[in-house]
Design a protein around this ligand. Structure first.
Ligand code: AMP
Length: 307
């Protein structure tokens, strides 16, 4: 029951109202792998890093059951670098720097040992790279999910539309759903996006939870109200890692099971934001995850008599 994860592995530099991170490890695929490996092994990683990427970080992932055969190390180049700044409303952030470096001319190669994977999570990355990975799969995985962002809608919309035709689930935030569809209403946006290819749409709304759309059904997962939100970077990727990790573990791609998967995604994301970068994700145990899922059940459970 393996899962392929594609995405950036990076250096990030983050500033929030609570502090500055300095240069730390980030990248969409890093967050997804740390999270999904709680639920499914092996996670089969496809990415690219420069010679500056710490050996210890790769080793720590390998020890978690993340296979790195598909991670290219370009010794004489620099890793992808992203810098961002959050203000008091941490639902929005400014991107200060995006240096593609090794990502600029990344040509992914899916190793032969990954070919049996049943699940494919395309983390945020150039749509052409996401498409190349799908095309290299000899047998179509049972479920293909993808994340993307406004940056790719602006610089690679045609490529993005090509990939959308090939995937089952799209995960984006509310602003991106509106940008992609040209619709303000998220229900209308979902219907327009269904016409582009995906059968399932997950719209992430930061501290306001997430919506799962499929045909004319919609389900809502809240975000846990937290006392301290320290750094929201990677929350979306962590959500994706929890979502696909649960689906890959259970091998059940029904709408009902996707409801559980978005609760698990939300629970994992709630841990991610408690510290800078992947620090909190590296600490949490199975018991922590169970406790947080229980908190989600308590948060939304109520009995009501119909009038
Ligand atoms: P999130 O907060 O879930 O949207 O993801 C943040 C992560 O995405 C950071 O660790 C960045 O390194 C990574 N990232 C930011 N911009 C891009 C991009 N254009 N392509 C790939 N990864 C990116």
């Amino acid at each position: 029951m393996s899962l392929i994860v594609v995405g950036s592995m990076a250096f990030d530099e983050i500033e929030t109202p609570f502090g500055k991170s300095g240069k730390i490890i980030g990248g969409a695929a890093t967050y997804i792998a740390w999270t999904a490996s709680n639920f499914v092994k092996p996670v089969q990683q496809v990415s690219v890093v420069g010679g500056d990427f710490p050996e210890a970080e790769l080793k720590a992932l390998a020890e978690r059951g993340v296979q790195l055969e598909g991670v290219q190390v370009k010794q004489d180049q620099k890793s992808f670098f992203w810098a961002g700044k959050y203000h008091m409303d941490m639902n929005n952030r400014d991107t200060l720097v995006t240096e593609l470096n090794v990502l600029g001319d990344f040509e992914p190669v899916v190793p032969a040992s990954y070919q049996d994977a049943e699940f494919l999570m395309l983390g945020n990355l150039a749509p052409a790279v996401q498409k190349s990975v799908i095309s290299q799969m000899k047998k179509r995985p049972k479920l293909i999910a993808m994340d993307t962002m406004n940056f790719w809608m602006e610089v690679a919309l045609d490529d993005l539309k090509e990939v959308l035709k090939m995937v089952d689930v799209l995960l984006i935030n509310d602003a991106e759903a509106r940008q992609l569809s040209g619709e303000y209403s998220l229900v209308r946006a979902a219907n327009k996006i269904f016409e582009m290819g995906p059968k399932y749409l997950i719209i992430k709304k930061g501290e306001h939870g997430a919506l799962l759309f499929h045909e004319n059904h919609v389900f809502f997962a809240p975000a846990l109200p937290l006392e301290d939100v320290y750094d929201p970077t990677g929350a979306g990727d962590t959500f994706a890692g929890g979502f696909i990790g649960h689906i890959a573990r259970t091998k059940d791609i029904s709408f009902e099971n996707m409801k559980t998967a978005i609760i698990i995604g939300s629970a994992m994301a709630s841990y991610c934001v408690e510290k800078f970068g992947t620090d909190r994700l590296k600490e949490i145990t199975e018991e922590d995850i169970e406790n947080r899922i229980r908190q989600f059940i308590d948060l939304v459970h109520f009995d009501i008599d119909l009038i």
